[in-house]
Design a protein around this ligand. Sequence first.
Ligand SMILES: Cc1ncc(COP(=O)(O)O)c(C=O)c1O
Length: 406
Amino acid sequence: MYLTEEQVFGLLKTYGSPLYVYDKSTIVERCQQLSIFAKRLSDAVDRAVHMHYSTKANSNVEILRLIKSNGIWADCMSPKELKLDLKAGFSPKELLYVCNNIREEEMDLVKSKDVLICLDSVSQVETWAHKSHGTKIMVRINPGTVGVGHSHKVITSGPDTKFGISEANLPQLLQLADLYSLEIVGAHQHLGSLFLNDKIDHYVAGVSAFLDIIKRNFKNLSIVDLGGGFGVPYAPEEEPLNFDILYRKLVPVLKNFVEEYPSVKEFKFEPGRFIPCEAGLLLGTVTSIKEEFDTRWIGTDIGMGTLVRPSMYGSYHKIEVIERDPSGIMVQANICGNVCESGDILGKRRIVDCPTVNDAVVVHNAGAYGYSMSSNYTGRPRPAEVMMTEKDCCRLIRPAQSLDDF
Ligand SMILES: Cc1ncc(COP(=O)(O)O)c(C=O)c1O
């Protein structure tokens, strides 16, 4: 999305700073891209293919409604996400509850809503089974091979991660399922968050390892869920994920599987980031400029409570300075937030326009894991969210918190 200088300052004036801004048409385009990919895969392997948007990436209910209206289903992983998905209009059949180490009360809630649950350990299956004889469940498998992701914190398969059931523990799972007449209808894996073209082979190898485990251990699954992870480019040198290449590499593996394992009726994917990420900008204000020990620092009101990815994962986001009075001068600076931690840095050694206080900053690719990971750390209210629509109109889709909200 491109905003003019006038729009940036106008939006900040109207809705306050900082501010999340989303572009409706980009979200719609990404949903369409995924739907086309799903349709091509479905035609190639002669099975249903469903995309479930992973609510954790951005759970604004207006965005959920938009995604639903574009034919995508959803997955959720907490009571609040479940409530929001239902509010947005997803039917229980269009939802999947993919959870990790949850309490029994939470299981009761999922059951009461009639949403299929995907459980992540033999111990969780046992807790579920006590009250839920004869129900259908899915289980999450950890294939043991190291997954893919932009940081070790979001690689979610392999021997060092907390997720899923390894092949060694499947006999125990199957015995338990037998004992409580549980019907295991599907298997799930999520290798990690964010792979691009250089990791397609790695991703497909992880899928193959998972499918081999299914063939060796389960008789009649009808659902195979391959998780999320579809990446978007953040850094200038990165290229968008090439769905043609992914399709070409995935189809033979899935075709083979379907031939050897005909009971499978449906493949699922759980893309999160891919849909809202590039639709989102985070706008903020320059609050201070200083040069200390030969380093120029641009202070802003975008702290780690507003966007945590750079400090949490060391993630790169493109950052622009928008001057009220263009100086034509570029500077190198570290751009940081307003929280009392040395890690509260948005970007280091960035070349940007030379700002003065009250100029604006624009952080790109902030639509996924931006607002949804924001916090009230150090007591700062969360910002507002607005949606730019087709006619360059702008609609408030969540007001900023105020101190009175605490
Ligand atoms: C189980 C599960 N599914 C899907 C996703 C979505 O991942 P991504 O946003 O990378 O597509 C995640 C995110 O980590 C996840 O944990």
